[in-house]
Every structure is written in structure tokens, then in C-alpha cells.
Design a protein around this ligand. Sequence first.
Ligand code: NSS
Length: 434
Amino acid sequence: MSSTKLYSTREVKLLEPGSRARVRGWVYRHRDLGGKVFIVVRDSEGILQMIASEAYTPREYIEEARRATIESSIIGEGVVARDPRAPGGVELRLERFEIVGLASDFPIKGGESIDYLLDIRHLWIRSRKLTAVMKIRDTIHGAFREFFKSRGFWEVSPPMLTQAAVEGGATLFKVDFFGRPAYLTQSAQLYLEVLIYSLEKVWTLAPSFRAERSRTRRHLYEYWHLEAEEAWVHMDGEMKLVEDLVAYTTRRVLDEKLEELSFLKRDTEKLEQATKPPYPRIRYEEAIELLRRKGVDINYGDDLGADEERLLTEYFDTPFFITHFPLELKSFYMKPDPHNPREALAFDLLAPEGIGEIVGGSEREDDYERLLNSITSRGLDPKDYEWYLDLRRYGSVPHSGFGLGVERYIMWVAGLDHIRDAIPFPRFRDRLYP
Ligand code: NSS
């Protein structure tokens, strides 16, 4: 188009009034007032108002600006001016304007149903809300990586195709593996346990798959799972790691993504409180007591569902731990508490404000016989777990680990009321498209 320097919508706001700039993006809003055409342009960094006016824009470019439909890709060039009425207080007075890709009538105008919007997720994804969440997510991924690096953990890559369950057969996705049954992984845990015998401290960020039976606001069928495993560490040490991780990551989001949080109208005071560990700890037993105090008909031994968790969050302003669950509520690999063998050395971390469980972790059974018993008593086939049992035969060590549901955590940080917006392309039972 010309030799005028290219700037992003954000950079233009830092230029002196009177500077020349070229900006490219997509038409976000369009208003034709006859003598003047107002176009708000969106790029990856924000929005900027452009104006085509008879006062300074050649006629052919006014006509071009007039033709630009919502979501058309455009390039505009002109002079930067201050105007308090423009978003961000700055506008570009156009001297040239070019449509790169003229958009057909954009199907999102406001007021569409969620189901319809999910059908056109590939277009809906351009929304400023989803863009803000994806940017927060990027910061979270970076913070995870830096946190584990600073703690001396190795990042490893477990398989996605597996041959046995970690978290119960009911939510396994079956795949045909050349005529043999295989499953999409529910958790990298068992493979991370393998790797601690050489690397001692390992972590991974990878997809996990769960064929959940019911559809809820906090369940995905494919989600991203942050998991870590450490040799020589007992449950308490692992809980400290988890709270430090959550506090560190939340701090990073507050430091780097305040603009996005404020766009999402997130109450950041709630997040500030989570940056100061330790978090409160209650035992499962106490959780039951707290629920009964709220009038819930629940007894020792009952599982805590989403409703119970939501009620429990009313007692806390920060994330909090629930520990020592009855053994039979938890998976086969958990170590019983030596002081009370009916309870597992297991912990969940719940996010406040109604979110509930974001982390599940435990100390692992490190004794061969007890692990074998636990596998058989749950009706699992020890043959499937031979390699896992081997770990207890060759230099077993006390060890612990956890898994954090990345979208659950994002839901809380970004203040989302549904998990679908924490991930670009959510997978549900009835949704594989786009
Ligand atoms: O089933 S977990 O509670 N625990 C495990 O998978 C362990 N094997 C992890 C480990 O110790 N390495 O899942 C862990 C977290 C849980 O707290 C949720 O935050 C999240 O994974 N999770 C989910 N997020 C979204 N959608 C679904 N369906 C889902 N299931 C679990």
C-alpha cells in the first residue's frame, strides 16, 4: 500500500498526535453517518477507531470504508489524533483505506443461543472475551513451566494411548488399536511414577480424556491436565508444592493480565487472597460435618459431588484442601494412612466462589503386596498393571503427586461460569464440530 510504518492498535495509542500510521485488522464496529464513516478495528492487541471523513479522506477511500462489513479484514492509513470519545482516547484519521477480505454477513450479532454459538465456535472464538481468556491461559502455561523449572522438575512426555484405567473404567474412551482395545489416557500419573526412578521430580502438561456420564458446567471430555510426581515426598510436602504452584501462577496472572481480568470484570481481590499460602486444610470428616451444619443429608463414606463442593466453598475465601478421604472413595493407587488405614493419604484442592475441585493428589502406595491387594480387591486385572507393580519391586520409594485440571483453574481465575470458555474448542458428548 505505502511505506508508512505499520503499528498495532496498541502501539498507535503510544504515538504522538500528528504521527502517520498504518494499521491492519478486522472491522469490529461500523457506523456510517453520511459525511463520516466510523470503523472500530480489532487486532490481536486491542481495538482502535478509524474515521473516514470528507474533511481529510479522498472520496474513493470513503466509499471503500463505507463498503467494509463487520469482520472484513482491512488496512487503514492516516494521521493519529486524540479524541476522548474514541475507545482508548485515540483515533486514526484515514487518508487511505483498503479492504483485504470483504466479509459476508457475519452470523454473530448478539443474542444468539449458546448452542448456535458453539456450532460456529470457529467464528465466535474471535470475541474479545474468548481472546482475553486465551491470553490468560498463555500466561498460566508459561507460569507452570517456570514454576517447575525453578523447583528442579523435569518436563516429560507421557503417552496418550494406553491399555488400562487410572481413574476407573466408567469414563474410559475406547479406541480400536489394530484390532486390540486401547484407551485414551485419563491421567499421565502411572507413567510419571515410572519416571521418578530416574528423574526424581517430573511434570507434564497434556490432554486427558474422560467419557463423563453427565454433562455439567465443570466437565469436559477432553481437558488439559497438569500433573507432577516426586520421589521421596509425603502427602504434606506435595500439598505445599500444590499451594505454591497455585499461588505463583495466580500472582503471575495478576501481574501480567490485569487488563484482560478487568475486561472480564473479574474481582481481583479474590485472586490476591490466593497468592498468600498456606491454604486452609480440613479433613474429609470435617467436610461432612460442615455440610451437615448446612442441613445437607450426608454421611461419612458418601462422595462429595459438585453441589456439596459448592456449599463447602462458602466457608472459605481462598482455595482450600480436603484431606484423608475414605479409601473406598478413591483410586487403587492411593496409600492408606498408617494411623487410620480406612482413610487415604489423599487431598483435593478446591477453588472458592463455588468452583470446587481443581486438584486431586495423593501419596502413592509403595508396597508391592498392598498395591496388588488394592488392585485385585477393586476387580482390576493385575496383568494390566504388571509394569506398574514392578516399580514396587525394584527400589520402591515413598512418593506423591497430583493433577490439576487446567480449565477448572482457568474458570476460577477468569471468573467464568462455564468450563467451555476456558478452552478454545470444548469437547462434549454431542460436540465434536468444529
Ligand atoms: O481424577 S483426578 O481427580 N485425579 C487424577 O487424575 C490423578 N491421577 C492425578 C494425579 O495425581 N496425577 O483428576 C485431576 C483433576 C481434577 O481435580 C479436575 O480438576 C480435573 O483433573 N478433571 C477434569 N477437568 C475437566 N473435565 C473433566 N472431565 C475432568 N476430570 C477431572
